[in-house]
Design a protein around this ligand. Structure first.
Ligand SMILES: [Zn+2]
Length: 113
């Protein structure tokens, strides 16, 4: 691979890192909408009209899944945060590919920034 291509990859990596720094509302998890019944026996929810949806972000913490409640007034912002989280993973994957290539080219850890 030419020096120009190595330079290009390092430029691309810089761009990705810059974009990464803009993802300040990222949420790493999956979106969950839940409907439920309550404890009032005569409530309509026991005749099929469930309460909800209520919104949750499912996150992994110490290898266990947790459902974190999202207030309805934060729903749109949190959904955008989940999108940012997905973009974060794409960027991490892309940088990994670039760095693997740079390792192959011997240009991984001797480049000046
Ligand atoms: Zn109910």
């Amino acid at each position: 691979m030419s020096n120009a291509n190595v330079k290009k990859m390092i430029e691309e990596r810089k761009k990705l890192l810059l974009e990464l720094s803009t993802l300040d509302q990222l949420l790493h998890g999956s979106w969950l909408e839940r409907y439920s019944t309550c404890s009032r026996k005569k409530c309509k929810c026991h005749r099929g009209e469930l309460h909800g949806p209520r919104y949750y972000l499912v996150v992994n913490k110490n290898g266990r899944q947790k459902q974190k409640y999202i207030p309805v007034e934060r729903k749109e912002a949190a959904r955008a945060g989940v999108k940012q989280g997905e973009r974060m993973l794409e960027i991490v994957e892309a940088i990994t590919q670039i760095n693997l290539q740079l390792i192959k080219e011997g240009a991984y850890d001797n480049e000046t920034k």
